[in-house]
Design a protein around this ligand. Structure first.
Ligand code: GAL
Length: 414
């Protein structure tokens, strides 16, 4: 009896150590390479390693993820998809339709995701009823960040209307301060554009324009006013803005070279990584107008062979939606947890404002997907809009011409 038991115990031990040798593995493609982003993704790497996983990092630098998505296409086309990929919004369903995504429903069901994720977020993670992605966070896009000291020294309050914003910017410019820190990359132009559009069109107008692609809204006088404000903003950036990375623009606000940045709350991750304190060193306020533009980061698993990789995908999915990861990651990243059962007590005032506004927007129908960050539209449509936004921002194109071009570009992308 005793020797039988010992035999059983030792074969279990062999099995366990055999599994540990193979271990969960994951090659993870993501674009989190700035200071705050790298600190955030390290949380996942550490949790994965602590559970015996081997992580192969595949970072593709480039804010907004355009370069990462190009790298992904090349890998999938060559039949060598990464195990896990930072992917979000309708792009998840687009890849699903290509038949290359793994089904992670077993993990989602075992971990009870349906009970802890808001329906609006869960919807983005589903493909024909199965779970095909794991959400990491909720980023808010429509924020204005400011250097507290620069505003104080110039007698300026955080702007609550676009007129106030313009007046503050003119005053700052006269004082020799760059009003708006901006990086001239298409996705950053689009980020500013959608924040302006939300303010000027209002939540219903934003939905009609950038979710429904309603022609009347795309060609409306209000859309002309959106481009007018973009032209005004162009006058508030410095002459070296072309091609600048978003985190370098954030650094300009940090060091007082510039006063404001309009950017999602990954910018807060940069401020925090540099030891800056919200409410003291920097200020956050949503852009003028109602509504909330959300941008949910998530990971999708690609179809791969090998028990070690599949175990890696399952472990990653479990960790990503895990309570501890959702808290620690988001404290670093600047976003708020996707899970509804993570306490925000340790989160700062900007995060708490985001959570309160998200709940209010969800209740009154003004919670909207970010078009600039790939949450609202498929790639062809969002790309068509961004091309026009960038062409307008970087030329002397009139607002009327931009609106006409916008309607044509959207029509041609369908
Ligand atoms: C967004 C992404 C954020 C942040 C940002 C800058 O699209 O959702 O997590 O990384 O790009 O790269």
């Amino acid at each position: 009896m005793k020797s039988y038991l010992m035999g059983a115990v030792s074969s279990v031990a062999i099995l366990v150590s055999g599994a540990a040798v193979a271990g969960p593995e994951a090659e993870v493609l993501h674009w989190w390479t700035s200071g705050g982003e790298a600190k955030s993704v390290a949380v996942l790497q550490e949790e994965f390693a602590a559970r015996g996983g081997t992580w192969t990092d595949m970072p593709v630098a480039g804010g907004g993820g355009d370069a990462a998505m190009t790298a992904l296409r090349a890998r999938v086309l060559s039949g060598n998809a990464p195990t896990a990929v930072q992917l979000k919004g309708p792009a998840i369903q687009e890849w699903y339709e290509e038949g290359v995504l793994a089904d992670i429903s077993d993990v989602a069901e075992a971990q009870g995701w349906a009970d802890v994720l808001p329906a609006s977020i869960a919807g983005h993670m589903k493909c024909e009823g199965t779970w095909c992605a794991a959400p990491v966070n909720v980023h808010r896009v429509d924020w204005i960040w400011a250097n507290a000291e620069v505003l104080k020294a110039n007698g300026i309050e955080m702007p609550t209307t676009w007129d106030e914003f313009n007046a503050a910017a003119e005053k700052l410019q006269a004082a020799g301060i760059i009003p708006l820190a901006h990086g001239g990359q298409a996705w950053q132009d689009a980020t500013v554009f959608e924040a302006v559009a939300l303010g000027i069109l209002g939540p219903d107008g934003f939905r009609k324009a950038f979710v429904d692609l309603d022609k009347a809204t795309l060609t409306s006088d209000k859309m002309v006013a959106v481009f007018d404000q973009m032209r005004t903003m162009r006058g508030f950036v410095d002459s070296n803005f072309s091609g600048r990375d978003w985190n370098l623009a954030t650094a300009m606000v940090m060091n007082g070279e510039a006063a404001f940045q309009i950017m999602g709350d990954w910018a807060k991750g940069e401020f925090l990584a540099a030891g800056k304190v919200p409410g003291e060193d920097f200020l956050c306020l949503s852009v003028p107008g109602d509504g909330f533009l959300y941008n949910v980061d998530s990971f999708a698993m690609f179809d791969v062979d090998g028990a070690d990789k599949i175990a890696g995908q399952e472990l990653l999915a479990e960790l990503i939606v895990g309570q501890n990861f959702q808290k620690v990651f988001n404290l670093n990243k600047g976003s708020i947890p996707a899970r509804t059962d993570v306490s925000l007590d340790d989160f700062d005032s900007c995060a708490n404002l985001s959570a309160d506004d998200m709940a209010a927007s969800s209740a009154n129908g003004s919670l909207l997907p970010s078009y600039a960050h790939g949450m609202a539209l498929r790639g062809a449509q969002s790309g068509a809009i961004t091309d026009v936004v960038t062409a307008h921002f970087n030329s002397d194109m009139s607002s009327a011409d931009a609106v006409k071009m916008l309607a044509d570009a959207v029509a041609n992308s369908m």
